[in-house]
Design a protein around this ligand. Structure first.
Ligand SMILES: [Zn+2]
Length: 486
């Protein structure tokens, strides 16, 4: 009798695993077939457009996402959270005068201060690459001037991270030596402009702009030859206090493990120069399509899946941060958080963010996925997207690792538009993430520990995350305990 019970249990376990796997394969196959994902991406990017948190297009995108999920029969939750500073650029103009006159093209850096009517005018001087040494060599000559910082053309993710990290020294030196404002040479070629956070994040309190590379290199050539240039910048901004924004969730309730949560997310907001296609409309639509097809196939995962369309990511991952501090009991139920935010290059593995023990587990979950043999996972850590607060809270978390397709050249720039998204890759990535999502939801062994503060600190030390966290304004919050596990 005992033997028979064991045999029945073994049979049920095998049968259960078989059903789950079939569901994951069914889902992946469906996601690879024709679905509304690309038409939805067109609506979000071309029709709604750039979605700066706090603006009307962003609010429209919140409603649009909720409607898309509800039309697909997915349960939704819209959760308010407070954004600390409302900041939007209305226009940015510049004028060079003095020995030579022309009008360079500029964009304000995030949370730059505005200028009075008629603009802010001062002499423009070169500070080389903006190193502390360069500022020290100039000494008092920096006081009250606009400083032009030379940058190399950025071509890959490492150079992009360096751009963020170098800004810490550039910006603190400019402040210390009394510069009136910082003029960054655009690190993209020709006239392309972009916008992202400075090292002061939402606390930025000086004028900072990016000047089109063609115009900034012209200024540099003139200044090197001893020409005197004055620069006038006129930044018309919305710069106000706190306001409310919203995260949107699509929820697929679990069955026998319904109390365990999986949070799979992508951020809905974008900077407003382009239309936020590779960053991150493509992956918002990945999440919506997975939720839609799971529902259409009547798939019932064992754990509850929350598809999270975060807001306020570009301002410092503020929507996902809000989620992690809203409800400690809910956070304690989160078994895994996953973020997809590196464009539409093919996903070639996952970052396990400081947990090497997760790699064989993910490999086992994905072993029957068509193309699994090409995936290579890494325990390297990402701190620049919505996984960050889960990592800092000690919650197991993953980030999709993509081949970098167009991601860097168009990153946060005017050219991040629908046409830049690699549609075939997006379909393949969606199938992979859908497959992984369901395998995680149904896995017998999903039981990675919630880490305490000393363990998270060990990850920060081992993976040398301090400089990246400083550049992204996360270090102080970690140190004072306002952000991360206490
Ligand atoms: Zn992003």
């Amino acid at each position: 009798m005992k033997l028979l019970i064991c045999q029945v249990i073994v049979f049920l376990l095998i049968a259960h695993a078989g059903v789950c796997q079939t569901d994951a394969i069914r889902l992946a196959t469906k996601l690879k077939s024709e679905t509304p994902i690309l038409e939805d991406l067109h609506e979000l990017c071309d029709q709604i457009g750039g979605r700066v948190t706090g603006t009307e297009p962003n609010e429209k995108s919140v409603l649009w996402t909720k409607n898309k999920l509800e039309e697909a029969g997915v349960k939704t939750l819209v959760e308010d959270f407070e954004m600390p500073r409302k900041w939007v650029e209305k226009s940015a103009k510049a004028r060079v005068s003095g020995d030579v006159r022309f009008r360079p093209k500029i964009a304000s850096r995030a949370f730059s201060t505005g200028t009075p009517e008629g603009g802010l005018e001062a002499e423009l001087i070169l500070v080389g690459d903006g190193s502390r040494e360069a500022f020290e060599n100039l000494g008092d000559a920096v006081e009250g001037k606009f400083v032009l910082v030379r940058t190399p053309v950025m071509t890959d993710l490492n150079e992009l991270f360096l751009e963020y990290i170098n800004a810490v020294e550039i910006e603190s030196s400019a402040k210390e030596f009394g510069a009136l404002g910082i003029i960054y040479m655009s690190s993209r070629e020709k006239k392309l402009l972009y916008r992202h956070l400075t090292s002061y994040g939402i606390q930025n309190d000086m004028p900072m702009v990016v000047m089109a590379r063609d115009d900034a290199t012209r200024c540099e050539r003139l200044l090197v030859r001893g020409k005197k240039l004055k620069l006038n910048i006129e930044l018309d901004l919305v710069d106000e206090g706190a306001y409310m924004s919203q995260n949107v969730f699509g929820i697929i309730p679990g069955t026998d493990l319904a109390d365990e949560l999986l949070v799979f997310g992508a951020h809905l907001d974008s900077w407003g120069l382009g239309t936020g296609a590779n960053d991150n409309g493509a992956n918002v639509n990945m999440m919506i399509d997975i939720a839609r097809q799971m529902t259409a196939l009547n798939i019932k995962p064992r754990r509850t899946i929350m598809f999270a369309l975060w807001n306020g990511e570009e301002q410092g991952m503020l929507g996902s941060y809000a989620f992690t501090i809203k409800d400690e009991k809910r956070l304690a139920k989160v078994k895994m958080a996953l973020s997809i935010d590196i464009g539409s290059g093919l996903i070639d593995g996952f970052f396990t963010n400081g947990r090497p023990e997760m790699i064989p587990y993910i490999e086992a979950l994905l072993k029957d996925f068509d193309g699994a043999e090409k995936l290579e996972h890494t325990d390297a850590c990402i701190v620049g997207t919505d996984n960050y607060d889960f990592l800092a809270q000690g919650v197991p978390n993953l980030v999709g690792k993509h081949h970098v397709h167009n991601y860097c050249s168009d990153y946060h720039s005017e050219s991040d538009t629908y046409d830049k998204v690699n549609k075939a890759n997006l379909k393949q990535n969606t199938a992979l993430v859908g497959y992984l999502a369901l395998q995680l939801a149904n896995s017998e062994e999903l039981n990675f520990e919630r880490q305490d503060r000393p363990t998270v600190q060990k990850i920060i030390d081992k993976y040398e995350l301090e400089s990246g966290m400083t550049a992204l304004c996360l270090w102080k919050g970690w140190l004072d305990g306002s952000r991360g596990v206490k």
